[in-house]
Design a protein around this ligand. Sequence first.
Ligand code: HMG
Ligand code: MG
Length: 298
Amino acid sequence: KWPKNITIKEVGPRDGLQNEKDFISTEDKISLINQLSASGLKSIEITSFVNPKWIPTLSDATAVATGITKVPGVTYTALVPNQKGLERAFEANVDEVAVFMSTSETHNLKNINKSISDTFPILRNLVQKTLAVGKPSRGYVSTVFGCPYEGPIDINEVIRVSETLFEMGINELSLGDTIGVANPKQVQELLEVFLKRFPADKLAMHFHDTRGTALANVLVSLEMGITTFDSSIGGLGGCPYAPGASGNVATDDLLYMLHGMEIHTGVDQKKLLSASQFIQKKIGRPLPSKSLQASTSQ
Ligand code: HMG
Ligand code: MG
């Protein structure tokens, strides 16, 4: 009934830390990423090369990307919004470039200062340039299950944006529940449509846990054959341009559930938990992950 092996894409150093009010030192970010690498994760989104005025907490992207100890076999990804970001990401020698846009006109505008139609040619150019240097490119589509400004999103618009991103040449599409509004019924209905159009191994699910439905949404996705999930260490995170958005499903909790179900991830739960404890201490408040809290209260 469930897949035997799952790929976890750790997004905490980017999606998590982009939302912190206080600047986490470059040294601590590097230490976190090195610990995540040592835990057996095969894919880590380490930072974003966005306008540092928009996301000051990740303004040290170059120092982070060039300061980490890269482990062979691990893909180190960075989020890139435009040509300037791409140049910075290439200089810092990231392994994979993640491009992103929204299915909602208002969220796209608030998040990247462009309309959807003006975003397409920019992303096409980024993906083509990335492929030209022999690197893969991942695509994110945001507000798939609802937008903080526009409410529910027409599935045809999600399909249109997704198809356009695939046509550009992305190797994987991550479907984002940016503000954590989805429930399992919605996820099932969306995937029924999506899996008729796109292969399961080209899709990843990116659930934020704002309303506590993220693990339930993972479970229904698993049952439908999805094998790649984005998650964030400790449950850190959110999108600063989506009011009320909170962290991704916690990697710690995802591992607890999957390993308990005898689904393999290749990640060492103890090492992951200790990385989670490390960043919780640096941030200085309890993080949302329930298994992290359970581990520290024992
Ligand atoms: P803009 O202000 O319209 O950019 O921002 P611009 O092209 O007009 O440039 C303004 C200035 O910024 C210029 O400098 C540029 O050089 C500089 P000046 O001439 O004034 O001195 N600049 C840059 N500097 C460094 N790196 C860059 C860069 N770009 C411009 N890359 C832009 C447009 C897209 C850049 C901006 O809106 C931006 O950075 N947005 C990113 C916001 C963001 O990071 N949001 C969170 C990530 S998305 C997310 O969390 C969702 C996701 O997790 C999935 C989900 O959950 O759904 C992925
Ligand atoms: Mg996100």
